[in-house]
Design a protein around this ligand. Sequence first.
Ligand code: ADP
Ligand code: MG
Length: 725
Amino acid sequence: MSGNNVRLQAISDVEAYVPPTVSFDHSEAPGEIFGENVFSKVVMQKRLPKSVYKSVIATIEHGEKLDPLVADAVASAMKDWALEKGATHYAHVFYPLTGLTAEKHDSFFEPNGDGTALAEFAGKTLVQGEPDASSFPNGGLRNTFEARGYTGWDVTSPAYVLENPNGNTLCIPTVFVSMTGEALDHKTPLLRSQQAMGEHATRILELFGHKDLNNVVAFCGPEQEYFLVDRHFFLARPDLLNAGRTLFGAKPPKGQEFDDHYFGAIPERVLGFMMDTERELFKLGIPAKTRHNEVAPGQFEIAPMFERGNVASDHQQQLMTTFKSVAKKHGMEILFHEKPFQGVNGSGKHVNFSLGNNELGSLFVPGDNPHDNAQFLVFCAATIRAVHKFGGLLRASVASASNDHRLGANEAPPAIISIFLGDQLADIFDQIATSSLSSSKSRGSMHIGVDTLPVLPTDPGDRNRTSPFAFTGNRFEFRAPGSLQTVAAPMVTINTIMADSLDYIATKLEASVASGTDFDEAVQALLTEIITEHGAVVFNGDGYSDAWPIEAEKRGLKNLKTTLDALPELITEEAMDLFERYGVFNHREMHSRYEIGLEQYARTIEVEARLTLEMGATIILPAAVRYQTELAINIGALTAAGVDADSTALDEVSAPIGALRSALATLRAAVAGDAGETALAEAEHAQGVLLPAMSDVRAAADALEEIVADDLWPLPTYQEMLFIL
Ligand code: ADP
Ligand code: MG
């Protein structure tokens, strides 16, 4: 019987598997290959006429419009470079709202009429493409536009050559919009929001005396957590294969977390994988920095160096694609799901955020004089106000069916969005709050810009891991995003709510200055006002404690526990006006994102429900029944032989088999049942009916896993998947 056992087969396959040895050229310095496949500024400087190069840089650094003649020159140089790198095709790469990466490939070569072909690549082709948009989610935007969508080159994100054993491709990062110009992707709003945020940050910097500033941009450093499992196990688990997470699996027995016999081989194999990925990422100019994460077995993390937000976002997507293919090469599968294993720590993608530019660095770094410190405090205050006013939107930006398993589960920050400042910075804002202009000289109060500020924290030693939005010395770290998500959605929200706060502050300060108020006094008054009105969002305590949700409610902070609680935040009047005011989304675009959020939520859970049903009925129930039959036959044989047979084991397996059958029947009815017509009804059905029915099936199945004879159990167990690499 066990000859057909997929799990036992997988275990012996894993044991027989020899991972590939990666042969590195040890004489090759990492620096040599860094950016090798990128059409970088350095490459452009070498290959473009001076005036063309200057014009492209002006577009990148100052946001100036790209001249069509310049586009032609760039396209021609880019094509020559790509052909030298062995590229035969070019692709406009875009980021549709599925959260995945999409590419439309075209050949460089066009027939010449005389039987030969000529490599062609005009500026027009570089700048704009026209993929069919009908197969991508659009949340109702398609009703009014034809199937065609447009892609447009994001000049600020460099083109690169993607290697493949079957031929290389020049990849051009692009936006993806409808015929009417509405965003169908994640990049378009990211660029729009960055522009808005930069514009208002610049107004403030000008008030602080800065002149001739380069674009102020958002910086993003994403930390990616992931699991690795052996591919043999992965392929023996239809749930991992189709849903990216296990829908069944009893917790490994206590005290047996480490199995030394298997454990010995882990580091070498994973290290081989990591070295291989790093090499690929370096070639693409992605500044990778890898390290082992110790939280869960089989779980690791990579954190590339921070970069300009839209470049970091593109690189993050490339990183995920690269990891997937390199893992396969090493006989493993990478799991980006937020919660692949119930009861085991899940994965997040911390988004480290700051704003600034190459001249100024991060604006979240305190200065060494009162003037610079005042500027630093203004940008911090803007963040406090933004997070307080729009915490619900931040929560909505990371809402998904898979991230729901993680947020608030005491392994990731709670769904309540608060801000952590660290003791020192919190203390400074406390003092600002208690000082009014008239009493600013009193003890314990502080008058910024006039009095000398205490030395401001440069590195707050205490890292509060329980806070969803934490100040970490030179940046804020948003810890709620899930490992599977794009960083673009949270970055869009952060940029836009920051634009709103910076606009508010700039407008007030400009008016004060115009009316003759002393600038320092005006800044002081504004900081006091902001911390008084928005200080409720500052929380330095333990976000995992039971007291926090109660306290947060008293403070009026939202606790949006699930995706369905969070998504409506996108379509409040306030949110829609905010995004429209800063030119990021119009109302239709907001509605479309809301609809797509609901659709994706419902689709994810529907697939999981069908898988649960299928696996429960065709894999787990048959295994349990085989064991039950074996026991029954055994009892029959013993009784026939006149031996007293104990039927306890039979009773023990029969009870959960009964429970499994009935739970499967309920789930079958739920899956077949009417989920309603609208996206909202479907999502509510998924949450209210499918999820609980799946959970009942799982409970019965997991109970059986602990009873059924090991040689009959058909699915690789948690212990095997997590500890055998
Ligand atoms: P930790 O896990 O302790 O939070 P890591 O070193 O893993 O720290 O990751 C920190 C991330 O923050 C890296 O991606 C890093 O590049 C990024 N980062 C550092 N400084 C800034 C900054 N000023 N703006 C944005 N991101 C930053
Ligand atoms: Mg971190």
